[in-house]
Design a protein around this ligand. Structure first.
Ligand SMILES: NC(=O)c1ccc[n+]([C@@H]2O[C@H](COP(=O)([O-])OP(=O)(O)OC[C@H]3O[C@@H](n4cnc5c(N)ncnc54)[C@H](OP(=O)(O)O)[C@@H]3O)[C@@H](O)[C@H]2O)c1
Length: 192
């Protein structure tokens, strides 16, 4: 499992191994990063899984649903908790949760139910962190990157990695700090 932290003010990158389902691993990563940088400007929760057997809610296995929640929802929650102290030390901290249109309540198709529900819940996690951190100036948003040509998205996906990452990079670097508590696609808010 790979993860890396970059402070915008620092010229170097420090890769840190992290399993988002393992609290010990999360705490170790947070300790390593806090010993490397004195603050964190941007934090992206990108890790996620999609299950090939996630076909229908009618026979959805609870074990699959639990696994999906562990990685796609609870993982980002725990990792964010661990890194908030470092983000608080930034003049303008930003947290970006990579969600999915599959979790959009206003466009709830039948496909990939466990994945979709886990992303709906991730959007809830996003809203709660946004509300809780607004008073300290940390912006928290969720992004739907669209269908992207990654290992998860496959080679048929219409979007390049650059296109998929565009809104995430924009939120990390250019969006007004007041942009918080939103679900975005193509740099624009979309309904939850
Ligand atoms: N691709 C799309 O079309 C699409 C569409 C909508 C949303 N998204 C979202 O975009 C994000 C990135 O997806 P992707 O397309 O880049 O998928 P990907 O190619 O399958 O990459 C997923 C990444 O998550 C990491 N990961 C999985 N389990 C982890 C764990 N327990 N701890 C730490 N890292 C873990 C994987 O690391 P290892 O390889 O080391 O396991 C891998 O680097 C995901 O949140 C996904 O749901 C993707």
């Amino acid at each position: 499992m790979r993860w890396s932290a970059v402070s915008l003010s620092a010229p170097s990158v420090t890769p840190v191994i992290l399993d988002v389902t393992d609290q010990e691993s999360i705490d170790k990563a947070a300790k390593i990063v806090s010993e490397t940088v004195d603050h964190l400007d941007v934090f992206v929760n990108n890790a996620g899984i999609l299950d090939d057997h996630d076909d229908s809610i009618l026979d959805l296995s609870v074990d699959r649903l639990r696994r999906m929640f562990e990685i796609n929802t609870i993982g980002p929650l725990l990792v964010t908790q661990a890194f908030v102290p470092l983000l608080r030390k930034s003049a303008a901290g930003r947290i970006i949760n990579v969600s999915s249109g599959a979790g959009q309540l206003t466009d709830m198709g039948s496909a990939v139910p466990a994945y979709g529900i886990s992303k709906t819940a991730l959007n809830g996690v996003t809203g709660k962190f946004a509300a809780s951190l607004k008073s300290v100036g940390i912006a928290v948003n969720a992004v739907d990157p669209g269908w992207v040509r990654t290992e998860m998205g496959g080679s048929e996906a219409p979007r390049s990695v650059e296109q998929g990452a565009d809104t995430i990079v924009w939120l990390a670097t250019q969006a007004p700090q007041s942009t918080t508590g939103l679900f975005l696609r193509d740099r624009k808010p979309i309904p939850w």
